[in-house]
Design a protein around this ligand. Structure first.
Ligand code: 0RA
Length: 647
């Protein structure tokens, strides 16, 4: 590692973090480079290396990537690209491969033009993986030789050497690394998490073979991801649990103004919109200009087609909204942009304005022509959008009839809501509480200054299977929307959210897990911006109370309970220890609920984040779709919900 031992915090001056050179900075502030040092960051290491291989594929030099999870949770990533350069860099006096692995951001330095759009959410390069690995080894086949070197926590331990000769056309890079336990709090790789991202990459990079092998004892398995049809296969995969309305996936691939554009779409008979967008293989959760261009073109093309068609007479008063034309739509949009600007809460929103017009023009042209040439598909799409519009219209009329003000208007706060006194949303939180009795305790126990309580009775509607009119017809859901105050879907406005912490508090049993999942599904589908903004939380009520006389402690799992009991002398045969298992929130009195679960000084709340929208979508489909059995099995096995919904 570069010698920057004097690089302390004082060096973080106004001119920015660039002051710290070398990998010391990465080890000091790993979170800044890979986001987290737990599950997410651990997996990010693999993506960082794989992204480099995929870049080789994008540049046209690589068509196979192999990923192996070894028995000790170390990782190998191997590709058949050109191999990292091994020649001496003229000024830095180090071989290219050593530069790439020991200097921050060295990746593109020596090859800016051919090295394509470069993925990697943080774009940090393989040197970061090196810095955060206890050990890293690299083999490069290039120019007829196999080269090797290794590292320890970012420091070179074996200088570049030649191992032997290979056929000159046999080229590629193999990286093996072992994540550093000094850095990571989580060291176990999750096969499903890696598989999901690698599958996604194979869809996004047509024709590249990506294999994943798990060598860990008891977990042995292997999969090969390969999509000849690219996004077309992606959409078929996403729709595999749905009933498509037309057999063929609408597909387009091309280039405009130096921007690569690939789009695939297909309608199903459900009511959800599943539109994923990517920029340079990065999932743009928060959308951006490419998605805006796509959506506005879709709405306008379909409306234009409606005007021209024979539908126009009977539905001429209906104007299809964006939500209408996207009901039941599964689509993936992938663009390749040379200098992407990422913005937004999670830096996953594309800012480049030129991309909007390129995508819009392209979709306008291509889709209009497609609808002309495929009248049967066009009719199906328009029927679907019209029926969505009619449902929306009916829902609106029903609302207008039953009350003067819209039910979703904040002027009409629900009676069940015990609101807080403060009005600055940044200071305020709302607890969505399962059941009236726990709701009552929460109301008494809360700090009414900043904590609002909304008790929810019984199960809320499963939005995965319902259409907007039914969703809005459900009282529990309407109450939640009104209390939050920011609308849903297209009309959702983050600035109007009335509480910056929305905390789901359910019982620690199967029913509680189900209600929590229903609520998360609702937020995921109707207000995904809340998740991106990091405003959804899950309360952590204790499972046990351990008491002896006036002393009482709360435990959040069995191990903690036993440790506390041990400390109180359970092992010495003391019998006056009282162990209570809480079956529901209602068993706690207001004071206990405050102390254990609501007091910001002492409580733990888990923030709901969404690592992988694609995997989350699949999970919600499985959990909330028509099949009851997989849902039951999943919920019983995962009281803590799903591993990728990093809660
Ligand atoms: C810098 C320049 C070139 C390739 C690479 C890096 C490269 C890095 C990795 C990491 C994993 N696999 C990789 N494959 C390639 C361009 C080399 C050239 O100009 O020939």
């Amino acid at each position: 590692m570069a010698k920057t031992n004097d690089a302390a915090d004082s060096q973080y001056d106004a001119s920015g973090i660039q002051v710290l050179k070398g990998l010391e900075a990465v080890r000091k502030r790993p979170g800044m480079y890979i986001g987290s040092t737990s599950h997410r960051g651990l997996h990010h290491l693999v993506y960082e290396v794989v992204d480099n291989s995929i870049d080789e594929a994008l540049a046209g030099y690589c068509d196979a990537v192999r990923v192996v999870i070894h028995a000790d949770n170390s990782i190998t990533v191997e590709d058949n690209g050109r191999g990292i350069p091994v020649d001496m860099h003229a000024t830095e006096k180090l071989p290219g491969v050593e530069l790439a692995l020991t200097v921050l951001h060295a990746g593109g330095k020596f090859d800016k033009n051919t090295y394509k759009v470069s993925g990697g959410l943080h774009g940090v390069g393989v040197s970061v993986v090196n810095a955060l690995s206890e050990q890293l080894k690299v083999w490069v086949k290039r120019g007829g030789s196999e080269h090797y070197m290794d590292f320890h926590r970012g420091d070179t331990t074996t200088k570049l050497k030649v191992l032997g000769s290979v056929k000159p056309k046999d080229t590629g890079t193999k990286v093996w690394f072992k994540p550093d336990p000094q850095i990571f709090t989580e060291l176990e790789y999750d096969y499903a998490t890696l598989a999901s991202r690698l599958r996604e990459l194979s869809f996004l990079n047509k024709g590249v073979n990506i294999s994943l092998t798990d060598e860990r004892a008891g977990l042995e398995r292997e999969e090969v991801f390969h999509a000849k049809g690219g996004l077309k296969e992606f959409v078929s995969f996403l729709n595999s649990k749905q009933k498509p309305l037309h057999p063929e996936v609408v597909y387009f691939e091309g280039e405009k103004d130096d921007i690569g554009i690939e789009i695939a779409m297909q309608y199903n008979d459900g009511y959800n919109e599943t539109v994923f967008s990517f920029v340079n293989n990065i999932n743009t959760h928060e959308g951006g200009t490419h998605l805006t261009g796509f959506k506005s073109a879709l709405t306008s093309v379909i409306n234009k087609h409606l005007d021209k068609s024979s539908f126009a007479k009977k539905d001429k008063d209906l104007k299809l909204s964006g939500d209408d034309v996207r009901e039941g739509l599964t689509a993936v949009l992938s663009v390749k942009v040379r200098e992407p600007q990422f913005e937004g809460q999670t830096k996953t929103k594309l800012g480049n304005s030129e991309v909007e017009s390129a995508v819009k023009t392209t979709v306008n042209e291509v889709l209009a022509q497609y609808l002309e040439e495929h009248p049967r598909v066009a009719n199906i799409v328009i029927e679907k959008a019209l029926s969505a519009a009619r449902a929306r219209e009916a829902a609106r009329k029903a609302r207008d009839l039953t009350r003067k003000k819209s039910a979703l208007d904040v002027g009409n706060l629900p009676g069940k809501l015990a609101d807080c006194s403060l009005s600055d949303p940044a200071m305020c939180e709302i607890y969505l509480v399962e059941g009236d009795s726990a709701g009552g305790s929460a109301k008494q126990g809360r700090d009414r200054m900043f904590q609002a309580i909304l008790p929810l009775r019984g199960k809320i509607l499963n939005v995965e299977k319902a259409r907007i009119d039914k969703i809005l017809g459900n009282e529990e859901i309407r109450t939640i929307i009104t209390a939050i105050g920011a609308g849903i879907k297209e009309e959702f406005t983050l600035e109007n959210v009335r509480y910056h912490k929305i905390i789901i508090m359910t019982d620690a049993d199967v029913d509680g897990a189900h209600i929590r999942t229903l609520l998360l599904t609702f937020f995921f589908r109707q207000m995904p911006e809340l998740i991106d903004a990091g405003m959804i939380y899950i309360a952590q009520p204790p499972l046990y109370r351990v008491a002896k006389g006036k002393e009482e402690y709360y435990a959040y799992d069995e191990a903690e309970r036993d440790a506390i009991a041990e400390r109180m002398g359970a092992g010495e045969g003391k019998t006056n220890i009282n162990l209570q298992r809480y079956k529901g929130l209602g068993e706690m009195n207001p004071d206990q609920l405050w102390k254990t679960t609501m007091d910001p000084e002492t409580r733990t709340i888990l923030k709901v984040t969404q690592d992988d929208a694609f995997q989350a979508n699949e999970i919600f489909q499985t959990l909330m779709g028509d099949d009851v059995e997989p849902r039951r099995v999943f919920i019983e096995a995962n009281a803590k919900f799903a591993s990728n919904i990093d809660i």
